[in-house]
Design a protein around this ligand. Sequence first.
Ligand SMILES: [Fe+2]
Length: 285
Amino acid sequence: MEKTIKDVFIDELHDILSAEQQIAKALPKVAEASSSPELKAAFKAHLQETKGQIRRLEKAFRLLKLKPRVQFCKGTKGLIDECNEVIKDYPKSAVRDAALISKAQRIEHYEISAYGTVCTFANELGHKDIASLLHETLNEESNADKKLTKLAEGGFLTSGINHKANPPAKTLKEKTAGKKKPSSSEDKANSDKKNVTSLTNKAIAATKSAVTSKKKTAATKKKTAVASNKKTTSAKKVAPKKTIAKKTVVKSKASKAVVRSKARKPAKKSVAKRKTSALGHRKRA
Ligand SMILES: [Fe+2]
């Protein structure tokens, strides 16, 4: 058989009925677990509202001429289980109250979502009387959620549960207030210990610096030696012994040639003189 939007609407109504029944069963335990009197009162008041919401749903089924069947809401069970875990894990305190508000608001939002949807379906299917009933409950759920927010965050004159659960951290002065003050002999022992440590550190630093300077000197000497060796080698490269010897030989040969040419020159001059003297003789003749 083909399913219609009316089937979805009726399924959702059964789901919400199961949710409300589970919530009505869980709320007394949650109220008892709260430490804040205001929060306790809010949970108790919502229990009464929840009972009225169950009556509205039963009326909606009567208007639809349907007998509600058993249909378990797994989503609500999970949310209530989380509430019970908080009660188990946290001792009764403002911190537990803050955690309970967090879990209760998840339940409220789940219900607001569900009632919003069934209101829309009821209007779509032309069930204005049922839509009006469901809208009444939707407003109650919204107000319950706002009430929980106000309890958590506080108002103009009151501080919220979240603030009470988060006291300011102790100052350093408050933390050390209960600690034992050291005696004068303890002070002296501590001071001596500090002095010894300081001297030891200085000696270590001096040794380190001496070792470093020795290493530096050795490195400088090594560098100088390498540099002088390089110079000698380059000098050798520029003027090798054999070349010098060859140059000397060339020089000596050249000087000998000069000597020889010098020896020849006067002979040339004497020839010229002889020529001029011969011409002189001819002129005279
Ligand atoms: Fe509810």
